[in-house]
Design a binder for this molecule. Structure first.
Ligand SMILES: Nc1nc2c(c(=O)[nH]1)N[C@H]1C(S)=C(S)[C@@H](COP(=O)(O)O)O[C@H]1N2
Ligand SMILES: [Mo]
Length: 367
């Protein structure tokens, strides 16, 4: 792998990664124009239409030609393998609904906010992914006894934290051998769109999105822990610029609501007519099924109705009727999963703005 330290551009008042209370920067605006979130009204759908699914691309979208593209399995295997897209599609297919969420979802709501992709709360989506399980392929290549991790590398590269590298992430052997980890080539029944990793991506259900490497070209079995930037530096729960901190892995329990009524164009503040209002949304967790969803009306919490989950790794719909009385109100929702984890109501801050699952707040004017 190429790894060069690159001199960064002249210092600005604030640089990437630093927390700030200041106004939105041109760099954040540029990132948020490229990487869009899912509009909350898309929570209506079990499966998020491709164009409404959130998008996160660290560098540039690589243009890969499917006919010359190959997936290489190399390193500490008994045999190296090289597969074409046709080879992969010829393997037993699995289709599964999976909710994917960016670990940085909710980052811009933190005070102070870490400078990075300035997500609100929409960095999530649920797609029906089609592909083939990874474990049987690893078995065919035959992992050598000295292999400790698998490194998954995409065709895109760039500079982050002063380091030039391709986008790459690793999983331990146990994590990678999980039967639900897949190599996927279709999304909602269509070939994987360019922006979502065409022609092939890794899908690690239940984990935050960073693990699901797009534009996958290489799976390398390595004998020491992988220390690439996206693995060892980014994606950690830290209290300051220096480590150590725990690595970001599975999705923390979260819920969202479709903001009721109609929005004001500029502020997006809601206007609702008095009377019964059906509040609804979705809830999910990578740490076990969501078993309780509470709605807060002006700080008073009550349980909502939960529908069946779409799948082991996909969100559940929730709903509750609210009788709206004229005036100003704050609506919130918070979920609890079978691990006992519950969404906090106050922010739990960390330096990279990871896993901020603080309860959503929706301010409404009832007329
Ligand atoms: N090769 C590559 N894979 C990647 C990324 C990337 O920039 N390059 N971004 C990751 C991150 S941080 C997330 S949240 C998900 C986003 O997937 P999506 O754009 O399909 O929603 O892809 C992950 N896989
Ligand atoms: Mo992400």
């Amino acid at each position: 792998m190429t790894k060069h330290h690159v001199k960064q551009s002249p210092a600005r008042a604030v640089t990437a990664g630093q927390p700030t209370q200041g106004p939105l920067t041109p760099e954040e605006l540029q990132l948020s124009g490229r990487n869009h979130s899912m509009p909350f009204e898309a929570l209506h759908d079990d499966i998020t239409p491709v164009g409404l699914h959130y998008l996160l691309i660290h560098f540039d979208i690589p243009h890969l030609a499917a006919d010359s593209w190959r997936l290489r399995l190399s390193g500490s295997f008994e045999r190296s393998l090289e597969l074409s897209l046709e080879d992969i599609k010829a393997r037993p297919p699995v289709t599964m609904p999976v909710t994917m969420e960016c670990a940085g979802n909710g980052r811009s709501l933190l005070k102070p906010r870490p400078l990075s992709q300035p997500w609100g709360l929409g960095a999530v989506g649920t797609a029906e992914w089609t592909g083939t399980p990874l474990a049987p392929l690893l078995d065919e290549a035959g992992l050598a006894d000295d292999a400790v991790e698998l490194v998954f590398t995409g065709a895109d590269s760039g500079i982050q934290g002063g380091v030039e590298e391709p986008y790459a992430r690793s999983l331990t052997i146990d994590e990678a051998m999980h039967p639900d980890v897949m190599l996927v080539y279709a999304m909602n029944g269509e070939p994987l769109p360019l922006q979502h990793g065409y022609p092939l991506r890794l899908l690690v259900p239940g984990w935050y999105g960073m693990a699901s490497v797009k534009w996958l070209t290489s799976v390398e079995a390595v004998t020491t822990r992988f220390l690439g930037y996206q693995q060892a530096v980014a994606y950690h729960y830290l209290q300051g610029p220096d480590g150590p901190g725990l690595p970001v892995t599975h999705i923390r329990v979260r819920s969202l609501m479709v903001p009721p009524g109609i929005p004001d164009f500029y502020t997006r503040r809601r206007v609702v007519d008095a009377g019964p209002v059906m509040l609804h949304g979705r809830t999910w967790s990578g740490h076990g099924e969501v078993e309780r969803l509470e709605v807060g009306i002006d700080g008073e919490w009550m349980p909502a109705h939960l529908e069946l989950p779409l799948g082991d790794y996909a969100w559940r719909r929730w709903s509750m009727v609210w009788v709206a009385s004229p005036g100003e109100h704050v609506l919130q929702c918070r979920a609890m999963d079978t691990s006992g984890a519950r969404q906090p109501v106050e922010q739990v801050w960390n330096y990279q703005g990871m896993g901020n699952n603080m309860a959503q707040r929706v301010e409404v004017t009832v007329r």
